[in-house]
Design a protein around this ligand. Structure first.
Ligand SMILES: NC(=O)c1ccc[n+]([C@@H]2O[C@H](COP(=O)([O-])OP(=O)(O)OC[C@H]3O[C@@H](n4cnc5c(N)ncnc54)[C@H](O)[C@@H]3O)[C@@H](O)[C@H]2O)c1
Ligand SMILES: [Zn+2]
Length: 284
């Protein structure tokens, strides 16, 4: 089955096409579905597999950097509604993830760079060596994709094994995403997900410094590495601050009037911190 490309096709209609395709192909309960493609393909295929005949196995063969280091691991599958992204889904981990960095050679550079934001994120969460490798810059990383994919996978696997259903520590993976999702949304998705997460990681590192969760200089270290990878580090001037704050406060991690941030304490360590006053994100 061949599907059209892009987030616009992460829909129930596409899932429906998959279900019918599975039936026509004679897939039964013992069958296995293989998802070959980026994160969109993985999410819809994994979801279709999780619901077809109450669940058949699937294998992820991610072909984008983002899908290799992030989307294919952790068992989250699903699709978008017109009201918002990832509103419907299930936990259904693939039986196998086969990531071959060779396929990244054809990936547009902007997509590769966007995926690198998630690599840096995993380094900040718990692998300072990975973070340092990223600091070597885009050229080095492009020549050593195996190294960074392998290390990033190792970090994510450890976290999801500890907390598969996001009851606690897995929230560390939200680093950069509280501000990042808000900036992505307010930009009208003009910013790629990874670009928004890069901006979010710097803003959240600054917040960590202000709250003395992190020592001075951490945000600059994060920004320097992101710049070496040609990722943006500042919230675009034309995005209204009030809208970003509003978007953050409806963030689904919100509970009882506070927003839970995964803030970097140092490179290799993240702390979950409840923040009441979201204006603090923009203080100097
Ligand atoms: N399930 C999860 O835990 C999880 C985590 C992070 C992101 N996601 C989801 O992943 C999606 C984003 O994934 P993505 O960034 O891979 O985007 P994508 O799947 O839309 O792929 C980006 C583009 O690259 C093309 N492409 C894919 N592989 C290629 C290759 N090797 N060479 C050339 N072109 C190629 C695709 O056709 C597409 O046009 C989002 O929907 C997001 O919600 C899921
Ligand atoms: Zn992300």
């Amino acid at each position: 089955l061949t599907l059209p490309a892009g987030e616009a096709y992460k829909t129930l209609d596409i899932v429906n096409q998959l279900w019918h395709g599975f039936l026509e192909a004679g897939l039964d309960r013992k069958g296995t579905v293989i998802a070959l493609g980026g994160g969109v393909i993985g999410d819809v295929t994994g979801f279709a597999a999780s619901t077809f005949m109450r669940g058949v196995s699937w294998v992820a063969v991610p072909t984008t950097l983002l899908a290799m280091v992030d989307a294919s691991l952790g068992g989250k599958t699903g699709f978008d509604l017109p009201d918002g992204k990832n509103l419907i889904g299930s936990f259904h981990p693939p039986k196998l993830v086969l990531a071959d960095p060779q396929v990244l050679k054809t990936l547009p550079e902007a997509e590769f760079i966007s995926g690198l934001a998630e690599v840096v994120k995993h380094g900040i969460i718990s692998d300072p060596d990975l973070f340092n490798l990223c600091s070597r810059g885009l050229d080095w990383v492009q020549e050593h994709p195996e190294e960074i994919v392998r290390r990033t996978l190792a970090v994510k696997i450890k976290i999801i094994e500890e907390d598969p259903y996001e009851k606690g520590s897995r929230a560390a993976l939200n680093l950069g995403h509280t501000v990042g999702h808000a900036v992505e949304l307010v930009s009208g998705f003009r910013l790629r997900h990874g670009e928004a997460v890069a901006i979010g990681m710097v803003a959240e590192a600054k917040l960590a410094e202000r709250l003395t969760v992190a020592g001075k200089g951490l945000s600059e270290a994060v920004a320097e590495t992101l710049r070496a990878l040609k990722l943006p580090t500042q919230i675009p001037e034309d995005l209204p601050r009030e809208e970003i704050i509003r978007a953050m406060s409806v963030d689904k991690k919100k509970s009882s009037g506070v927003v839970r941030f995964a803030l970097p304490a140092e490179i290799g360590k993240v702390e979950l911190v409840d923040v009441k006053d979201l204006e603090m994100v923009f203080e100097e």
